[in-house]
Design a protein around this ligand. Structure first.
Ligand SMILES: [Fe+2]
Ligand SMILES: [Fe+2]
Length: 317
């Protein structure tokens, strides 16, 4: 059995085309799009239509991510779109309008998928973890917290996305695979990331595939779609994320949310100031290299460096 997991495409239609070509050439038996297909990027309609066509024609399966939830949440806002709160969710509102306010397809996507492999072993897939779409599994997640994130009963294979950082590790008898992000990686590597899992002789084997694609075209989509002009100042940070493969919004939010809500800085000024400092990029570069180390070394570093910072309970996207 061959299982492909694509996650966190984030309206990057060019990356979606590239990863699909590779997945189909590989000959996956089961393909799961593990959430965050839309939002935080320029071509949500094309991405949704494309995946829906694959659902109909090829049996692709989908999961809901926190970004689908952000887009859906626009159905509950009756206020006039203005003010700081609106500016912070403007990207999802833009996506909502592009979808003609029709989020019925996204609302139908499940939180988790449980599958049985031909040998009877269990496979569980969800966007972040069983604790929620915004609670991810990271290289520094403490080992004793993993069972609650994987859910009961423990499956043989647990597949996730959300963190935009690929990861493969075995723990508590479970092969844990984070597919990384197909459309917006945050590990310093701008190539598409997706996961291939193969069941051979009763054993699951996993590998992360990285693919070059036409990033110049993906960048042009930010302008041509109108997203860069209409998505508000934060759309510029999203473009920086695409260019650098480093998360920007999480750090921007941590630095400016309080001041913004208090009216001490404008959205425009906060983005300009943040962009000029490009905060925390060294921390993310370090994370990328640490993620390639063997699990025991990563755990040691996690305990030594970051356990007191409670990163595991936060969301990076
Ligand atoms: Fe994401
Ligand atoms: Fe996510």
């Amino acid at each position: 059995m061959k299982l492909a997991v694509l996650s966190d495409i984030h309206s990057n239609y060019v990356a979606l085309q590239a990863v699909t070509e590779h997945v189909e050439a590989w000959g996956a038996d089961v393909v799961v799009v593990a959430g965050d297909l839309v939002n935080r990027g320029p071509r949500p309609v094309e991405c949704l239509n494309f995946v829906q066509e694959k659902q109909r024609m090829r049996g692709w399966q989908t999961l809901i991510g926190n970004h689908e939830e952000y887009v859906i949440s626009n159905t509950r806002h009756s206020d006039t779109p203005s003010g700081v709160q609106f500016e912070m969710r403007r990207s999802s509102y833009w996506t909502y309008l592009k979808l003609n306010r029709d989020v019925s397809a996204l609302q139908a996507w499940p939180f988790k998928i449980d599958l049985n492999a031909p040998d009877g072993s269990a496979i569980r897939l969800t966007h972040g973890s069983m604790r929620g779409t915004r609670t991810g599994v990271y290289w520094h997640t403490p080992d004793n917290e993993l069972p609650a994130l994987i859910g009961d009963p423990l499956p043989a294979l647990f597949c996730i996305g959300h963190t935009h950082m690929p990861l493969i590790e075995r723990s508590h008898g479970v092969l844990i695979v984070n597919a990384g992000s197909a459309g917006l990686p945050f590990d310093g590597d701008t190539r598409v990331s997706y996961a291939q899992m193969t069941l051979r002789h009763g054993q699951w084997d996993a590998r992360i595939v990285r693919l070059k694609y036409d990033r110049a075209e993906a960048e042009r989509d930010f302008t041509d779609s109108g997203f860069l002009d209409e998505g508000g100042p934060l759309a510029r940070l999203m473009l920086t994320e695409l260019r650098t493969a480093h998360s920007q919004l999480f750090q921007w939010n941590a630095h400016y949310e309080e001041a913004l809500l208090a009216g001490n800085i404008t959205m425009e000024d906060s983005v300009r100031e943040f962009s000029s400092h490009n905060r925390d990029s060294r921390m993310y570069a370090m994370g990328r290299y640490i993620s390639y180390l063997p699990a025991p070394a990563r755990r040691l570093i996690a305990v030594r460096l970051v356990s007191k910072r409670n990163w595991h309970a936060t969301t990076s996207d």
